[in-house]
Design a protein around this ligand. Structure first.
Ligand code: S3P
Length: 171
């Protein structure tokens, strides 16, 4: 099974995805890493030198190149489901899981990880909360297309992983 973790920056897609893959004995991939490898530079460098559109084109190609068979957990970039036909591709290839988290909790987590994320680099806490609130409202339309939605507010990563494993085994 191919499992795609989708959700806003900071919701824990990469760390949860890596641990989920370990627990399931699946391979793990991260679309940001795939794009960075494809382009030979970091996501922040791609945004700075080639711009967001170039990043999105490569992000789409990275998703297109992923298999639809096998056992793989994929952590996707926060904007991936909202561009081109990425969400449709993910729904077709496997199961999409939306890791849902409130703007306040996302902002708390992102305050310590702004520099590596070009969309929010340099924002102060008030600007960040406003950006997360507004952008999440737009992006939820896409995230909510996922076959599985997990509320990650106030629960730890182990709970999310166990809960997800239970849901997946029941399907
Ligand atoms: C982005 C999220 C990032 C990365 C890029 C753009 C976004 O991924 O793809 O900086 O538009 O939300 P994470 O969600 O893994 O931080």
């Amino acid at each position: 099974m191919i499992i795609f973790l989708v959700g806003f920056m900071g919701c824990g897609k990469s760390t949860t995805g890596r641990r989920l893959a370990e627990r399931l004995g699946y391979a793990f991939a991260d679309t940001d890493t795939l794009v960075a490898e494809r382009c030979g530079k970091s996501v922040a460098e791609i945004f700075a030198s080639e711009g967001e559109e170039f990043f999105r084109r490569n992000e789409r190609k990275a998703i297109e190149d992923l298999p639809s068979e096998g056992d793989l957990v994929v952590a996707t970039g926060g904007g991936a489901p909202c561009h081109a036909d990425n969400m449709e591709q993910m729904l077709r290839k496997g199961k999409a899981v939306y890791l849902r988290m409130s703007p306040a909790n996302l902002t708390d987590r992102l305050l310590h990880a702004r520099s590596v994320r070009p969309k929010i680099a340099g924002m102060n806490p008030t600007e960040l909360l406003a950006y997360v609130t507004d952008t999440l409202a737009e992006r939820e339309l896409f995230y909510r297309k996922a076959q599985i939605v997990i509320d990650c507010n106030g629960v730890d990563e182990s709970y999310v992983i166990d809960h997800l494993r239970r849901i997946l085994s029941e399907r």
